[in-house]
Each structure stands twice: as structure tokens, then as C-alpha cells.
Design a binder for this molecule. Sequence first.
Ligand code: SF4
Length: 341
Amino acid sequence: MIRFSKLKDILSTHPAYRFAQAEHAVFKELIEDWQQATSLPLQLREQLNRQLPLTIHARNITMPHTTKALIKLHQGYTVETVLLAHAKRNTVCVSSQVGCPLACRFCHSGKLAFQRNLHADEIITQVLYFQRILKKTGDRVNNVVFMGMGEPFLNYHHVITALKMLNHENKLGISARKISISTAGIAHKIKEFSREGMQVNLAVSLNAPTDSLRSQIMPVNKKYPLKDLIGAVRYYIDQTNRKVMFEYVLIDRLNDQPVHAQKLSVLLKDLLCLVNLIPYNGNGALNPPSPKALNRFKKILDQAGTQYIQRQRLGKEIDAACGELLYRTHALDASGETQAG
Ligand code: SF4
């Protein structure tokens, strides 16, 4: 993990332009060792290598269109992150916590006990790791989704700091409209987020149209029931005039029945939103929806005029609800370590 936030302090006794040169070297030239920052004096490069090493220790595994990485943090913690490369888009899915406290039933990450929040630097390191890899083929990261491990709005301060660093023209320079944040529905934080004045996309992991069912699937619903959640989303839309994505993981006979589609349409009526239908992959206890149930569900949404999308194949990975995306990364334990830097 690279402590970007220490850079200003380390360079505090140097002229201001040294900070700009160092920042440019890290985020634009994508140096992996300060010795490569030839615009800086040799002595300063050596000092930076001692105090702010740029090495990212990681293991990764590559599948078609997908590279998953396990990045080492301090004190033996690790964090998972994924690069999805498809149709000229390079999307990095970042984690915001180590483990997750919310224990959604369908989520593999939710089964890993919550350990700690990530620092903004640790979130940025995930994107920089892939930016360095892509540089080797003349490519770059152009989308970032906060859909990895953890609930971003339970780590609000560091996630907002990371969003600003991702977007800042002197840092990663990724357009805010190409960044999406997915929440399980921390209602008061959705309201706070709407006042940040960011053009970042908001997705809400919904997965059920009633409180009783949603509380079964996502225990967080007991604290933030649908009335509060939908109220917060309505507030967000009023403040930002931005469309909200509702993720709906379809699970066999749990939430994929006609009555669920009908209630979903009623719940979302008049909201500026789009439903992202995600047929579940299955986890042994819960199964994917049958093709018949899926088609029936979509037909009811069509009839009700509820806008939705359903992506296939790669979308199965890209559009997975938070936490789902990283499932197979656990296979990394068996793979070798690589270093980007
Ligand atoms: S789906 Fe997201 S919020 Fe729910 S347990 Fe998984 S990582 Fe946490």
C-alpha cells in the first residue's frame, strides 16, 4: 500500500513544484520506483524510496476479460480488487473494507468477518495497481466501481477522499461520470452523498420489494427499511437530478416470482431509476432463477413500464452486486505473487 497522503508532509521543506513533479511521476508517468522520477534530485529520490516506497505487493490471477488481484496491506491484511476489460472499457472494481459487516445472504464477501475500513490510500492503490499493468499495453483504467468487498458508506470519509483522488486531474483523472458507488442502503449516507456535489453514479443493492423479504436477504434492511431507503433515494434524485441504478439479484423462488416483479414496479414507480437485473450465480444454498422465471419477471416489468437492463456473460461479472464480484478471487491463495512496482 502506498501512503500518498504522506507525500505533502515529506516534501514540506521543498519548493511547491517538487510536490507537483512527484505527483506527476506517481500518477501520470506511473513510476514504480522513485529512481525513475528523474525530474527530482537524486538525494530526494533516495529519501522518498525510504519513506514512501512505491512497490505494490500483490498476487493476481487472470481469466478471460478479468484479472483479480489480492493486494497486501500492512499488518497482514489483504484486499481484493478486479479489473474487467471489455469493449475498450477497463473497469476496476474496488473494495472499501476488509470483510463486510452486513452479511447479505447471497454475498460471498459478506461471509468474511469485518476486519477494518480501508484508508483512502489503500483504495487508490487498487486502481493504481491496474493502471500500471495497463500502461504496459498502452491502455488505462477508464471506469471504477465501488462494488468490491465492503459497504462504501460505512467507510464514508475515506471513500469520499478516494473519489476525489480518482477524479482529480493531477491524480488519476478519471471522470466522475465513469465512477459508480454501490450501497446496500445506508439511508442517511445516501442523503449526505447527494450533498457532495459529485457527478458520481449511485447504485443501490435492492434485491427485494418488501421489508419482510429484504430483511431476510439483507439484514441491513432492519436498520434502514424500504420507507427510509426509498425516501433517501428520492431525496438524492431531487438534489442531483441523477438517475439511480437499483441492483436486483434474482434468486430462484426467493425473489423472482411474479408478485415480486409487481411489487418492485409499484415500489419504484415515478422514481428516476433503472433496475439492473442480475441472475444469481448460485452458492450451493441459493440457486439461479430458471429462464422461465426470469422471462416472466421481465415481462411484468415491461408491462408496468419499469425500466431495466440485464447483461449477460461479462455483465454477470461487471454487474454483480457488491461483494459478488470478488468471489473467485479466493482461488488466489494458490497462485503466485506478482509485483506491480
Ligand atoms: S453484498 Fe455488499 S454490503 Fe452485502 S455483505 Fe456483500 S459486500 Fe457487504
